[in-house]
Design a protein around this ligand. Structure first.
Ligand SMILES: *Cc1c(COP(=O)(O)O)cnc(C)c1O
Length: 819
């Protein structure tokens, strides 16, 4: 086992304090993920948005005794952490990478590195599954492919492993070289090269060159040589390659045809001069490409055709993702039923811990497959993880985990198989708790999820938490280092579901949240949100709740201020936010109010103005730039006067999402992010940089054929101009699907094709013209999402994306997912 002294000599740096020899087992980079103080080494990393050094004291108090730091005076560090080993380095992230690179170099097994624009995670997961009958595979958990994620992935390598698969992702030049040094791949896959413009790169060529650096020492690179510029680059660098191609017969694997056949695709190919055929269990282009990479690897490994087919058949077609949703009896489910390995389990448990005050924590867990560890060691680790994360009840399913019963000291029930659990399932035994359902595919835990499912109504709004984080970081990247970030979660977080979004924002350490009404704030508090919360429309009768729940009212008029102070107590203090009207003419004080305002405030020193702000009326339209500038100038002036009269500094803020993009020079102390977080760039100029967050989808209830001249729906508005096939889908205006989408204005996506609405939208349903498509009852229909954008839809009915998002009714189930 590696010791702290060895670590010190591997990463170099200065040993500020050495108290005693300690084992290096867990590499910790996020204070929230501490599970075992013994054996943990904390690397204090300075990131773009946070600084690990801020958490040293907290971790020390929790028992961590090994630190790698960049900052701090040696004498002070020793004084503050007298019992800890402390190593000081120039760059903690680099130290972590060096350590991981050293660890990697201890193994002499094939290490497959994967990069490319899309498909990295899926190809990695599939290959791990496809190779598992012959190899003990270690792989990156989820999409851990960053400067930080890669070293943590590589650290998982154990002596038993016979094969490693790690993915690498880069966002700017200079990064891949570091990842290459950590992964040291011996083989590679370059999945593809997207045309999408990447922020950090000046050209596609540069992007290819950067990514290729991962493969500078590989013995063999698998890639599709139909990407011409990629092929040229691979050839220029003389990288030994296994190519597959749909176009070039001289490729190692020539794909002659891919033909859809029901839910499968028949692939006809020639390999080593022989023509063969195989079926892959997918029909969409992206999955076919991903599967062909896997096929290339399997062929190269000389697996017999029948065996390849057998393994491909077992690939699961669903996207790998983790979902969170409401369940029966006030329970909340974290559904992670795609796979179950140690790295993934740790991540899912972190997520479980980050659902604060959701009652008790239960984990339903299957056997772990393909860990590469001896069983005994593996289940000891599982028990340690589960206990360290404060899990209160374990339901363990599978023959192997049951064998190691004795290792678990928490309340636990063991079942040999999923069916046994379901046979004994009694819904009343689960109440007001968070339940993590984590199982390997073969255990079919989706059946368990189904048993817990609450709303069975097929309409859902899927909210992509990764996209939310991406958008959050996009706006953060525009902020000066000291600018605070307030996020608007009013109106059910723009329809996206409130405490789930708030929770994520709390995890990512935004500074403030804002709701419209006090109830919304109360709800967030009851779900464990501890961030400061501003309430924009506090009414006199909500002040009691505001105080009780430590919410902070926006005060916009003398009446409101007077109402507020009638209830303040002498001994307490109260935080308020002053809203100024600079031209929106909605709410806010004007300059004439100032004398009264400050007279009252002086009488009530316990009422503290923490911020002063105003709102731009036309930040989204360039047309109004002059007006916005006037508003900003007036705000600056009024805010300066507020500070002068109060005799103290307050937080000043005026920019909304559009303002952040348009007026970066006026960030002041804080900005208020709204619609941008949810994927709509309100000025329109940087829409490409955001990711769509939500998908509204439903299912087909019935399909029917109608004749030319027949009519569809109320008022007989939908007239068939020819014989048609129509699908009735389970969404109507009561779900928030606007009636203005009637009669061909709106579309739904079925089988990947845009199909028009026919007739009027009804209350709970509407009809779609699906003529020519093999649609059947139960199929999915998408009403908005990446291929049918909110911006486009809003325009078609003369409204704005804000309205479409917030209209999605609460009866529509929200499902949150992360990739
Ligand atoms: C809703 C709101 C915002 C956020 O606006 P977006 O256009 O969604 O960014 C900011 N400030 C105030 C006062 C708001 O009401």
């Amino acid at each position: 086992m590696l010791t702290f002294q060895q670590l010190a000599s591997i990463v170099k740096g200065t040993l500020v304090q050495f108290v005693q020899e300690l084992p290096v087992v867990h590499l910790l980079t996020d204070s929230r993920k501490l599970s075992q103080p013994t054996g943990s080494v904390f690397f204090a990393i300075k990131g773009k948005y946070n600084d690990g050094h801020k958490y040293l004291q907290q971790l020390y108090n929790q028992g961590v005794r090994a630190f790698v730091v960049e900052q701090g005076q040696p004498e002070e560090l020793k004084l503050q952490y007298p019992e800890a080993n402390i190593l000081q380095v120039k760059d903690s992230l680099q130290a972590l990478q060096k350590l991981a690179a050293w660890h990697r170099a201890q193994f002499n097994i094939p290490v497959l590195g994967i990069t490319g624009s899309n498909g990295k995670t899926i190809v990695k997961e599939w290959l791990a599954q496809l190779l598992s009958p012959d190899e003990l595979v270690v792989k990156s958990p989820r999409s851990y492919n960053s400067q930080l994620g890669v070293p943590l992935s590589v650290w998982q390598m154990e002596p038993n492993h016979s094969f490693a698969i790690f993915e690498a992702g880069v966002s700017q030049p200079g990064e891949m070289e570091k990842l290459q040094q950590v992964i040291q791949p011996t083989i590679g896959i370059f999945t593809n090269i997207g045309s999408a413009h990447d922020e950090g790169f000046i050209s596609r060529q540069q992007k290819i060159e950067e990514k290729l650096k991962l493969f500078k020492n590989v013995e063999l690179l698998f890639y599709c040589s139909d990407y011409e510029d990629l092929r040229n680059a691979v050839q220029t660098h003389k990288i030994n390659a296994f190519t597959w191609s749909r176009k070039q017969q001289q490729a190692d694997l020539h794909i002659k045809a891919t033909t859809p056949a029901g839910h499968r695709t028949i692939v006809v190919y020639t390999y080593k001069g022989e023509k063969q055929r195989l079926a892959i269990p997918f029909t969409d282009e992206a999955s076919i490409e991903n599967a062909l990479h896997c096929l290339a690897v399997l062929l190269y490994r000389n697996l017999p055709l029948a065996e390849i087919q057998d393994r491909l058949d077992r690939l699961h077609p669903i996207a790998m993702r983790l979902e969170m949703k409401e369940a029966i009896n006030g329970c909340y489910l974290i559904d992670d039923t795609y796979n179950n390995d140690l790295g993934g389990l740790a991540i899912a448990l972190d997520l479980l811990v980050n659902q604060p005050q959701r009652g008790s924590r239960t984990v339903i867990l299957s056997d772990l497959l393909e860990s590469g560890l001896p069983e005994e060691k593996l289940y000891a680790k599982v028990a340690e993880l589960v206990q360290a994360r404060g899990v209160e009840r374990l339901i363990a399913i599978g023959p192997t985990i049951s064998k190691y019963k004795n290792m678990f000291s928490l309340p636990a029930t063991f079942y040999a198989a999923t069916a046994d659990f379901l046979k004994h399932f009694n819904s009343t035994e689960f109440r007001n708790e968070v339940i993590l359902v984590k199982g390997a595919r073969v255990f079919e835990f989706e059946k368990i999820v189904h048993a817990f499912q609450q709303k069975v109504h097929g309409t859902v709004l899927e909210v992509n938490l990764d996209a939310l984080v991406h958008n959050l970081n996009f706006y953060r990247s525009k902020l000066a280092p000291d600018t605070k970030l307030m996020v608007m979660v009013k109106a059910f977080a723009y329809g996206s579901g409130s405490f789930e979004v708030a929770n994520l924002l709390q995890f990512h350490r935004v500074d403030y949240l804002t709701v419209a009404y006090a109830d919304e704030g109360v709800m967030l508090r009851e779900h464990g949100i501890t961030l400061p919360i501003m309430v924009m429309n506090p009414s006199a009768d909500s002040f009691a709740k505001i105080k009780q729940y430590n919410l902070e009212p926006e005060i916009y008029s003398m009446e409101l201020l007077r109402a507020f102070i009638t209830s303040v107590e002498e001994s307490a203090t109260y935080k308020i936010h002053l809203k100024l009207d600079t031209g929106m003419h909605r709410l806010g004080f004007v300059h004439e109010d100032f004398n009264d305002l400050f007279t009252v405030l002086q009488q009530y020193p316990q009422v503290q103005v923490v911020s002063v702000f105003s709102h731009l009326a036309g930040a989204d339209e360039a047309l109004h730039n002059d007006y916005s500038q006037l508003q900003i100038a007036q705000f600056r002036q009024m805010a300066a006067e507020v500070e002068a009269r109060l005799g103290s500094k307050v937080v000043k803020h005026i920019l909304n999402s559009a303002g952040i993009v348009r007026f970066p020079e006026h960030q002041l102390d804080m900005v208020r992010l709204g619609i941008g977080l949810y994927g709509v760039e309100a000025t329109g100029s940087e829409q490409e940089a955001l990711r769509p967050v939500s998908v509204l989808k439903t299912t087909v209830s019935q399909v029917k054929n109608i004749r030319q001249g027949d009519t569809v729906g109320y008022s007989r508005k939908g007239v068939a101009d020819a014989d048609k096939t129509i699908a009735t889908i389970a969404i109507g205006y009561a779900d928030g699907y606007d009636r203005r989408f009637s009669n061909g204005v709106g579309h739904a996506i079925l089988h990947g094709k845009r199909c028009p609405v026919i007739g009027n939208v009804c209350m709970d349903m509407c009809m779609i013209d699906v003529t020519g498509l093999p649609v059947k009852a139960g199929d999915e229909a998408i009403l908005f999402g990446p291929q049918l954008t909110l911006v486009e839809l809003a325009k078609s009915i003369g409204t704005i994306p804000y309205e479409l998002l917030t209209n999605v009714s609460t009866r529509v189930k929200r499902v949150f997912f992360a990739e």
